[in-house]
Design a protein around this ligand. Structure first.
Ligand code: GLN
Length: 477
């Protein structure tokens, strides 16, 4: 039976003829079929993936050059455009919509011979932390199906966790890759803002949004990042800095690094004591190994979630104004007297509760009477955070944090209390507010049996060191 280990290993099996892309895709399709109860996918491209696999097998056998992701089976969060395939953001608003073009990241995957096997379930328009806000229904955590997989990229996380693909893409505006990776026990990386083009990523909060990668190991994630990174004329916020990554992260680093952590974060009252203990144990170990680890005081803990929710809802209220049901998207069957009523009907019926809550919040914080009190203030907090972060990185290479105050929640546990749900984003939104690269590493197991991870944040564009230390931490487990 096919056992997936890493892209590198898979490639050597392909090259010595032990496996074929075609059989591998068949294997994944069967697994997806038998894992339907997890509800990880919104669409599966079975025939097409098989046809592409057959074509790639031919290509390899005829000794044509093969791509860096030759035959790699990848799933996309249903907010990432893939030409002529469904793109719905798990919303009634876009149900039935097919994308007219592919995201730059998808074009790059395909150019390196990847196989896209399907689109993954998520929270509607990537808004949520549990994957319970989806028009397709919730996704289940494969480690314990009475629990959520996290969100908003819950389906992408479960697709890797349950072995339904090799790697997957998600998007991370406030933790939507790292937090589900933490809840599901896989690696989840959000690179520096601007590292991966946002062209073809459905916009939630454009100054925060970034495509991220789920995988089982660091070399796989590094390879996918290497392929999809780079400047893009279609996204003016994409960075001109090229991520130069070594071909492999197979070797354990010997470099000694300088780590810091926020005492206010690890001593926060909301943090599960077991998570706190596990992270302190890792800190001790790093010290024993000769790394420098020192706490810094971080006075912004109480401000980061409010600043995040003011700024992202403001951006969302503007980004989502395009869904009016005129040219595409959901159109209500209700009669409308005038244009206003027509918009209202389409948007009230097309959007779910959480999305509507955020559009209203965002409209409120941008309204003329409250703009300075909320939006301007939150921008000031963001500026202060960026300054503080720059200062920290003058002295340190990495910041260590939890990903979430608790392990995967029980289904329904937080659905009636949006504020409690928002507050649980306390550890992930920092990296989005500051644009820093951040990764969740599945290092620990809780007494409940659930996995959880360590979050490591590096300075902007230092993905190289981040992946280097991640590889070491993963190998040391
Ligand atoms: N949980 C956060 C939110 O609901 C993160 C979302 C995201 O990163 N897309 O906004």
């Amino acid at each position: 039976m096919f056992v997936y280990n890493s892209i590198e290993r898979y490639h050597s099996l392909l090259n010595d003829g032990t496996v074929s892309c075609f059989d591998t895709v068949n294997f994944y399709l069967e697994k997806i079929e038998s894992s339907q109860h997890l509800n990880a996918f919104t669409a599966v491209y079975a025939e097409e993936a098989l046809a592409r696999a057959g074509m790639l097998d031919e290509k390899r056998k005829s000794n044509q050059p093969t791509g860096r992701l030759h035959g790699v089976v990848i799933a996309l969060k249903d907010v990432i455009a893939y030409k002529d395939h469904p793109l719905t953001a798990a919303s009634r608003m876009l149900k039935g919509f097919q994308s007219l073009y592919s995201a730059t990241a998808v074009e790059k995957l395909l150019a390196e011979d990847a196989i896209i096997i399907g689109s993954c379930n998520c929270d509607e328009f990537a808004m949520g932390s549990t994957n319970e806000n989806s028009v397709y229904g919730r996704v289940l955590n494969a480690a314990d199906t009475s629990r959520v997989p996290g969100g908003s990229s819950g389906g992408s996380a479960v697709a890797v966790q349950a072995g339904l693909c090799m790697v997957s893409l998600g998007s991370d505006t406030g933790g939507s890759v790292r937090q589900p990776a933490d809840f599901c026990g896989v690696v989840g990386m959000k690179p520096t803002y601007g590292t991966i083009s946002r062209y073809g990523l459905i916009a939630y909060a454009s100054s925060f949004d970034q495509i991220g990668i789920f995988g089982n190991n660091i070399p796989d994630v590094a390879r996918v990042l290497e392929v999809i990174t780079g400047p893009d004329a279609m996204d003016s916020t994409s960075s001109q800095k090229r991520q130069l990554l070594p071909a492999s992260f197979g070797d354990k680093t010997e470099r000694k690094y300088r780590f810091t952590y926020f005492e206010e974060a690890l001593e926060h009252k909301s943090l599960d004591p077991e998570i706190k203990m596990a992270i302190y144990a890792s800190i001790d170990r790093l010290k024993q190994e000769g790394h420098e680890v020192l706490p810094v005081s971080f006075e912004f803990m109480d401000y980061i979630v409010p600043a995040y929710y003011v700024l992202t809802t403001a951006e969302a209220s503007s980004n989502l104004s395009r869904y009016d049901g005129v040219r595409y998207g959901y159109r209500s069957a209700q009669p409308a007297e005038d244009l206003d009523q027509f918009y209202k009907n389409n948007r009230s019926e097309g959007f779910g509760r959480e999305v509507k809550r955020r559009i209203m919040l965002g409209t409120f914080v941008l309204s003329s009477g409250y703009y300075d009190a909320y939006f301007t203030k939150a921008q000031q907090v963001r500026r202060k955070l960026k300054d503080k972060t720059r200062e920290i990185f003058e002295h340190f290479d990495f910041i260590l944090l939890p990903n979430s105050p608790a392990v995967a929640f029980k289904i329904g546990e937080k659905t009636d209390d949006p504020v409690a749900m928002y507050l649980a984003d306390i550890y992930t939104v920092f990296a989005n507010l500051t644009g820093t690269p951040s990764i969740s590493l599945p290092l620990y197991t809780h007494s409940s049996g659930m996995p959880f991870g360590l979050q490591v944040i590096a300075k902007p564009f230092d993905e190289l060191s981040l992946l280097d230390i991640s590889q070491k931490l993963m190998q040391d487990q």
